[in-house]
Design a protein around this ligand. Structure first.
Ligand SMILES: NC(=O)c1ccc[n+]([C@@H]2O[C@H](COP(=O)([O-])OP(=O)(O)OC[C@H]3O[C@@H](n4cnc5c(N)ncnc54)[C@H](OP(=O)(O)O)[C@@H]3O)[C@@H](O)[C@H]2O)c1
Length: 303
């Protein structure tokens, strides 16, 4: 079974060290459609492997991913109470001629959550995140929407995604309850958060980072497309052989070792790959191994 992480931020939510992301349950953008049955099978595989933390967004699969998850839950009585369900809102994609924008107005947030609850078939989600910072977002208005959702029992805790530390601080300053997570892109293929203050701020603000696309949208598990990737993948493969797991598991284990106790969000819909990725939980990289992978990922020596 998977190990539990410390609580998310200062909340009472205790997730498994690795979460499952539901973005691809209805198929990847531009990729082949995933049949609803395959999406449900992925959810079941993650739950049976012990994952208790699931990440959604209102826009994933145009709502279809939350629906598939809700259907999978219906087939597993008694399971819902053991899960931490998270969803996000605030991105308005350019679908059907609509203007691409971000919206964190009171009306948008509350309506989006009500729609998500209906699709998921639950009364409450444990966590709601704003999907991206909205340039027109008013912290006081957002805090008001969050308060209303909390008082109505529809959402227990709140967080953000893709926020810079200053954006987190601006929102937090208007809120009475703590933001508990910042869901950010971090992997051996996307290192910016490590150096731009985002993770440092999570440490000082006692927020838990959630790592999206921990395999760089699958790139880290694929074939190298240039010399830099060839060297990184060779370093990952050598480490994987030493630990008796896959390259994907090593890339995820590398994230688990960060002192923020970040939670990587695995996104494959393939049950065998879900299991392989979760094997990261049992890998402890040495400090030398961790730094060797960082250097290979940067393609440059340490200063
Ligand atoms: N907040 C945000 O802005 C944001 C943005 C992106 C993602 N997310 C969250 O992060 C989650 C994970 O993102 P992601 O799906 O891009 O994660 P990922 O784990 O980096 O990539 C998963 C993709 O890699 C492919 N893949 C190829 N070989 C694989 C292997 N050996 N093991 C595992 N996967 C392999 C998978 O295909 P198969 O399914 O065919 O295995 C899948 O398409 C999402 O579900 C979502 O919850 C959040």
């Amino acid at each position: 079974m998977l190990t539990l992480n410390p609580p998310l931020g200062t909340s009472d939510l205790i997730p498994t060290r690795i979460a499952y992301g539901c973005w691809r349950l209805a198929g990847s953008e531009g990729g082949p459609r995933v049949e609803a049955e395959d999406g449900k099978r992925a959810v079941r595989a993650a739950i049976e492997a012990g994952v208790n933390f699931f990440d959604h967004a209102d826009i994933y699969g145009r709502g279809q991913c939350e629906r598939i998850f809700g259907e999978a839950l219906k087939d597993m009585p008694g399971v819902r109470a053991k899960l931490i369900l998270a969803t996000k809102c605030g991105i308005c994609p350019p679908w059907d001629g609509r203007q691409h924008s971000y919206n964190s107005s009171h009306a948008y947030i509350t309506t989006s959550v009500e729609d998500s609850l209906r699709r998921l078939g639950v009364e409450q989600v444990e966590l709601l995140m704003l999907h991206r910072p909205d340039y027109l977002g008013d912290p006081a208005e957002i805090a008001g929407a969050f308060d209303q959702l909390r008082e109505q029992g529809k959402v227990r805790w709140f967080g953000v995604s893709n926020f810079k530390p200053s954006q987190v601080q601006a929102l937090q300053s208007a809120m009475d309850v703590p933001l508990i997570v910042n869901q950010v892109e971090i992997s051996l293929g996307a290192l910016a958060c490590l150096d731009d203050g985002t993770l440092d701020h999570c440490l000082s603000a006692r927020m838990t980072p959630l790592a999206w696309s921990p395999l760089a949208k699958g790139r880290l598990a694929g074939t190298p497309e240039n010399e830099h990737e060839a060297q990184l993948f060779a370093a990952l493969d050598a480490t994987a052989v030493r630990h008796g797991v896959t390259r994907a598991a090593i890339a995820i284990a590398w994230l688990l070792q960060h002192p923020t106790r970040m939670v990587p969000i695995v996104g494959t819909v393939n049950p065998a790959r879900i299991k392989e990725a979760l094997a990261a939980d049992s890998v402890a990289l040495s400090r030398d191994e961790w730094y060797a992978l960082l250097i290979a990922a940067r393609g440059a020596k340490l200063p």
